[in-house]
Design a protein. Structure first.
Length: 172
């Protein structure tokens, strides 16, 4: 199995981790992830010129009550759009994952909550269970053959505690 590689790219004010650049995304056309990223970078100036300053969902649906982001970068992007539209506090934002900007938005009260996975717990449980299996104990394997690590909801009530814990796990 090839090892996973990644690189950090500076895009505007953000640093993005670009991983698995050789991953085949469109097999019929032999297009890998790096080629798709390259294409997006080429068309970005044209597209951005047309959408700059236009929080599109908020323009088309000015009475929207909530927005949901399904990828980690959506929380900060939605928050920026809601801020630009002057609708912080009137549009409830639910995000996904624990981007620093998302956690800051929750602390500030601008983002209602985020749903987070627990990648460190995935790793811990995997090693713990593999060690158990190597010792010959497979009693932990449920009939479904699936062990679920639950997601967590982070909101204003628990964001400080969650941020401390995740930063410790990240070595910060």
């Amino acid at each position: 199995m090839p090892s996973r590689t990644s690189q950090i790219a500076q895009v505007g004010k953000r640093q993005l981790e670009l991983s698995n650049s050789t991953k085949l995304l469109f097999p019929d056309d032999h297009i890998v992830k790096a080629q798709l990223i390259e294409y997006y970078l080429k068309i970005a100036p044209t597209i951005l010129a047309h959408v700059k300053g236009r929080p599109l969902s908020l323009v088309r649906y000015p009475d929207v009550k909530g927005l949901v982001g399904l990828w980690s970068y959506n929380g900060p992007a939605i928050l920026n759009a809601v801020r630009e539209a002057g609708k912080v506090g009137r549009v409830r934002i639910i995000a996904f994952d624990e981007a620093d900007e998302t956690l800051a938005g929750i602390k500030d009260g601008a983002i209602h909550a985020t749903v987070v996975q627990q990648p460190y717990e995935f790793g811990y449980q995997a090693i713990k269970r593999m060690a158990q299996a190597v010792r010959g104990d497979r009693s932990f394997i449920p009939p479904t053959k699936q062990i679920i690590v639950p997601t967590l909801v982070v909101n204003r009530a628990n964001v400080e505690e969650f941020t401390r814990r995740i930063n410790t796990l990240r070595g910060r």
